[in-house]
Design a protein around this ligand. Structure first.
Ligand code: ASP
Ligand code: MG
Length: 417
C-alpha cells in the first residue's frame, strides 16, 4: 500500500482533479488523502466567525459562495446537469448547523471543528465520485469514523492504537483497493468531529501510512520539492534532494510550510520514506525524507509570521521559571496556543506565540497570576538552521531584532516586521 496526499492547491479547480486522476490511475493499492479544495478551509473559518458574531446572514452568504465554488468545479468536471447527491446533503447539513446552533463561546473549538471539517468532506466526495466515473474504482472512507482522536478540539492528536483497529475495520470488506479519505479530520471519543490543526492533512496521511504499514508516503505539492527557504523571502533558495527526519521536523516546527510538524513522528517510527513531489510533473524526482540521510545540505532558513510576542514581568519579583512557568504554560495549553520561543531573565519571560483569537483572554489570565503583560503583534520569528556568519549578516537585520538565541546548530530571532 502507498499513501498519496493532495493538498488544497492541488485540487483547487477541475484541472487539478483531472491531474490527480492522471497521477493515481495506474496504482493498484493506494490510500489517497485529500485536503479541502483551494481556500475552502479559510472560507469555512469565516463562516464560523460569522456564527461567533451571531451573524447568520453573513454565514449563509459565505456558505452560498462556497457552494458556488464547488458547484463550478463539478460543472467543469462532470457537466452542469450532473448533481452529486452527497454534496447537496453536506451543504444542507452545514446550513442546518449554522441555523440551529445555539453558539456559546465556551464551545468555540467544537463548532469550529464541526464547520471547517466540511471542506474535506466535500473535496473527497467530489474526488471519489470523479475517480469512480473514470475507471478508478475506489472506496470513500469517512475519517471521522476511521480516526479516533483525543477528546480535544481544534488541534487533536490521533490515538494510533485505536485508529489501527478502526481504520482496518473500515477498509476490511472493501473490494476496491483504492481509498479516498479526508485529511485534517477525525472523531473524538464522544462522537463529535475533531480537526488535527491547520494544514493537518499531512499528519492524516502519515497516520494512515503508519497504521497500514505503507511502503511510502507521497505529498503532491505545487513546488518542485523541499526548498531550503521560502523563495519569496530568501531569493537564493535551493531544492534539497534528500533530507533526514530530524531536520525536517525542526524545519516544520520553525514554520517552514513544507509539511505539518506532526507528520514525521509516525513515519519515523516505521521508517517509511516520505516523498515531496511536484503535482505538475509526476515523473520528476522531488525530495525524499528518510532516516538515514547524513546532513549534507545547505543551511535552512525559515520565517514564521503571525506571531505575538508576550513579555511577562512578575510584579512581586518572584522568579518566573521557578514559581510560575508551569502555570503560564498550562494557560497556553488550555487555549491551544503554541509557544515557539521562550527567553527569560529572573523576573521577565518573553514568549513568541502563535497568534490566536484568545490572546485577550490569555493576557487577562496572566495578569491575574501577577504579571504585567506586554503584547506585540508586529513581530516575526526567523530560524536559520546550520547558520553561517555570512547568512546571519545577510538576513538578521540587526536593528529590528528583539530577541536572539543561538545554539551550535541554529540561530533564532524574533524581530519587528
Ligand atoms: N484544509 C486544511 C487546512 O487548510 C487542512 C490541510 O490543508 O492540510 O488547514
Ligand atoms: Mg488546506
Amino acid at each position: 500500500m502507498k499513501v498519496y496526499k493532495f493538498g488544497g492547491a492541488s485540487v483547487k479547480d477541475a484541472a487539478g482533479v483531472r491531474n490527480l486522476l492522471d497521477i493515481v490511475k495506474d496504482e493498484k493499492e493506494l490510500f489517497i488523502i485529500v485536503s479541502a479544495m483551494g481556500k475552502t478551509t479559510n472560507a469555512l473559518e469565516s463562516v464560523f466567525e460569522a456564527m461567533q458574531h451571531k451573524d447568520e446572514a453573513a454565514a449563509m452568504e459565505r456558505i452560498d459562495a462556497s457552494y458556488a465554488y464547488h458547484r463550478g468545479i463539478i460543472d467543469d468536471l462532470m457537466g452542469a446537469d450532473v448533481t452529486i447527491e452527497q454534496v447537496n446533503t453536506l451543504f444542507g447539513q452545514l446550513r442546518n448547523i449554522v441555523r440551529n446552533t445555539l453558539y456559546r463561546p465556551t464551545e468555540a473549538e467544537l463548532w469550529y471543528d464541526t464547520i471547517v471539517a466540511f471542506g474535506e468532506l466535500l473535496s473527497t466526495t467530489i474526488v471519489s465520485n470523479y475517480l469512480n466515473g473514470h475507471g478508478v474504482k475506489n472506496r470513500w472512507v469517512d475519517m471521522r469514523r476511521a480516526f479516533l482522536t483525543e477528546q480535544r478540539h481544534k488541534d487533536a492528536n490521533v490515538n494510533l492504537d485505536a485508529t489501527e483497529v478502526r481504520l482496518k475495520r473500515e477498509i476490511a470488506d472493501s473490494e476496491e483497493r483504492i481509498f479516498v479519505g479526508q485529511g485534517f479530520i477525525g472523531g473524538a471519543p464522544d462522537g463529535t468531529t475533531t480537526t488535527l490543526g491547520r494544514e493537518g492533512s499531512d499528519y492524516s496521511a502519515a497516520v494512515v501510512a503508519y497504521v497500514l504499514d505503507a511502503e511510502s508516503m507521497s505529498v503532491w505539492k505545487d513546488v518542485d520539492g523541499i526548498l531550503n527557504a521560502d523563495p519569496k523571502i530568501f531569493p537564493d533558495a535551493r531544492k534539497i534532494e534528500r533530507l533526514n527526519y530530524m531536520d525536517t521536523i525542526e524545519m516544520a516546527y520553525s514554520g517552514a510550510q513544507i509539511i505539518h510538524p506532526k507528520t514525521i513522528k509516525p513515519l519515523q517510527q516505521k521508517n517509511i520514506p516520505l516523498y515531496v513531489r511536484p503535482f505538475g510533473n509526476k515523473h520528476a524526482q522531488g525530495s525524499v525524507i528518510t532516516g538515514d540521510v547524513e546532513r549534507a545540505y545547505e543551511p535552512i532558513m525559515i520565517q514564521k509570521s503571525n506571531q505575538v510576542l508576550l513579555t511577562l514581568h512578575s510584579r512581586d519579583l518572584s522568579f518566573v521559571l521557578e514559581e510560575k512557568f508551569a502555570a503560564v504554560f498550562a494557560t497556553f495549553e488550555s487555549y491551544r496556543i503554541k509557544c515557539n520561543l521562550v527567553h527569560n531573565s529572573a523576573v521577565d519571560l518573553y514568549m513568541s506565540i502563535d497568534s490566536s483569537w484568545h490572546i485577550a483572554a490569555v493576557v487577562s489570565e496572566l495578569e491575574s497570576m501577577g504579571f504585567d503583560v506586554e503584547c506585540r503583534d508586529d513581530v516575526e520569528m526567523v530560524t536559520i538552521r546550520y547558520y553561517t556568519e555570512e547568512l546571519y549578516h545577510r538576513y538578521a537585520f540587526d536593528e529590528r531584532i528583539i530577541i536572539k538565541q543561538a545554539t551550535p546548530h541554529s540561530l533564532r530571532f524574533v524581530r519587528s516586521k
